[in-house]
Design a protein around this ligand. Structure first.
Ligand code: AMP
Ligand code: ZN
Ligand code: FE
Ligand code: FE
Length: 307
């Protein structure tokens, strides 16, 4: 069993890389990719911890990019570029590499988005929320993201968002922080094509994370069959090698359908739990939300062959 989508406290997970590797060892993973948002700063600690446990580490990152082909409806009734999460594996780690410089730009976009999001939430009545008390929920300042905002909103303004439960946590993203929420602030200006272009020749392999979360309003088999094939064909043309068909947040039937469509499109089906520790309390490392996720080891061999 392998898990190619996990987060540490260098982004919006709660485990340190050392704790994450320990847990991966305990659940019996053979290989793991640590895919923190927009940063590989967690890599060195993770590499040391994985070596200690004899666990294979796949270098990775989860990046926030724009898809300008398959747009989303915007608040003013028009359309806007769609923010999508893309997993990049085997990327260069040297800080002066163009890929890392582009990641630094994404982190700067994130910092500016966070500042704007604080102001927006204050305008909407979250008057006790500040940049400092959002950052207090994160272990590393550069990794601050929306889950840390959510934690601060529950802590400081229960009169607006209620008490924190798994249901109210999801609802907060729908009502406030998600793409159709009242406080949504777009983050990145870098497109999928631009990132792939900069990475050309570097051995980086791209896989679109949680494709349904990125592209579909609902997860019905009918909408998947209607819309996903054209999206996958387009992504493949743009240089994406894989799709996260084995996503830990979807059920067995959905994963089977996505696996078939991924193969039909000539893409590699990758997979992972999207483990975030205490920031996604119902998601378990390796086995995902449903508990029955199993990502086959062979997927990793296909990814390596695509470098
Ligand atoms: P950011 O990187 O700041 O844009 O935040 C993105 C992160 O917010 C995702 O990786 C998830 O951890 C979390 N997130 C986004 N949408 C939702 C949602 N609907 N429910 C729960 N968590 C979400
Ligand atoms: Zn996250
Ligand atoms: Fe994601
Ligand atoms: Fe993720």
């Amino acid at each position: 069993m392998i898990d190619l989508h996990t987060h540490s406290n260098f982004s919006d997970g709660s485990d340190s890389p050392t704790q994450l590797a320990q847990r991966a060892h305990e659940v019996g993973l053979r290989a793991i990719a640590l895919t923190d948002h927009d940063t590989t700063a967690s890599h060195d600690e993770m590499a040391a911890a994985c070596a200690h446990h004899g666990l294979e580490l796949v270098p990775g990152v989860e990046i926030s990019l724009l898809d300008t082909t398959f747009t989303r409806p915007s608040a003013d009734g028009g359309t806007a570029a769609r923010g999508v999460h893309v997993l990049a594996y085997f990327l260069p780690l040297a800080s002066n590499h163009p890929v890392q410089r582009l990641l630094a730009r994404l982190r700067e976009d994130r910092r500016q988005r966070n500042d704007r999001l604080v102001r927006r939430l204050q305008e909407l009545g979250f008057i006790r929320l500040t940049r400092e008390n959002v950052a207090a929920h994160a272990a590393h300042d550069e990794g601050v993201g929306r889950p840390h905002f959510a934690a601060a909103m529950f802590e400081l303004h229960p009169e607006i968002v209620g008490a924190r439960t798994p249901e109210s946590w999801s609802r907060l993203f729908v009502d406030w922080l998600g793409a159709s929420g009242k406080a949504y602030v777009a983050k990145t200006n870098v497109t999928i094509e631009e990132f792939i272009d900069v990475a050309r020749g570097s051995g980086t392999v791209f896989s679109v994370a949680h494709p349904l979360l990125n592209y579909l309003p609902d997860y019905s088999a009918t909408s998947i069959n209607e819309r996903i094939p054209a999206i996958l064909a387009s992504l493949r043309e743009r240089g994406v090698a894989g799709v996260e068909a084995y996503y830990g947040g979807t059920n067995q039937a959905t994963r089977a359908l996505m696996l078939k469509l991924t193969r039909d499109a000539g893409l590699i089906p990758t997979g992972g739990s999207d483990y975030h520790g205490l920031f996604k309390r119902d998601v378990s490392l390796g086995v995902g939300l449903s508990g029955d996720l199993r990502v086959p080891d062979e997927v990793l061999d296909e990814l390596k062959a695509a470098r």
